[in-house]
Design a protein around this ligand. Sequence first.
Ligand SMILES: C[S@@+](CC[C@H](N)C(=O)[O-])C[C@H]1O[C@@H](n2cnc3c(N)ncnc32)[C@H](O)[C@@H]1O
Length: 187
Amino acid sequence: MELEVGSGKGLFLSTASAARPDHNFLGVEISGGYARLCGGKLATRHATNARIIHGDATFLARSLLPDACLAAIHVYFPDPWWKARHRKRRVLSDPFLVHAGRVLVQGGQLHVWTDVEEYFREALAAAEGTGLFASPREEEAPPAEHDLDYRTHFERRTCLAGQPVWRAALERNNAPAGCTRVEVALP
Ligand SMILES: C[S@@+](CC[C@H](N)C(=O)[O-])C[C@H]1O[C@@H](n2cnc3c(N)ncnc32)[C@H](O)[C@@H]1O
């Protein structure tokens, strides 16, 4: 299974699940409106290998997902939370990244794409700090030939505006995860 964090309008979940019917995809989206939009898109397509859940990705990674259950995690254009007092809301921070390392299989990939260079560099440094990932590999995006040739809605918007995008994939190494799942009782 592959996880997308912050699926927004659902372009990635929809196109990736159609292109790779032999893989299962799970999206997690904190906005109820976007989660419903995304679910509607998957339902219209009768996608049987993709699901979206409404909730917080850090909670999902920390408390619900078992060890080594994911082949990939996709984080595309995460909210930058510009104000200093909101920085702790950034999803690509230590609590998420240590559990991302725990839930990825060895050799699994963490994909990080963003239009915010400072967030990109900070996230890569935090991922390196976990000791759970190999050095980042730059990812190439194939040139888009039509409107749906972008990985996500935000990538399309950024590229069409002529803005740069930073893209990297980090491979889960073989170091043991230094954390365990935090069990919670769900209502
Ligand atoms: C800037 S949008 C990018 C949407 C999509 N990935 C794209 O590239 O078009 C960031 C998305 O992440 C969602 N999000 C923010 N924090 C989240 C969290 N902790 N867990 C799940 N989704 C989150 C937001 O609601 C929003 O839909």
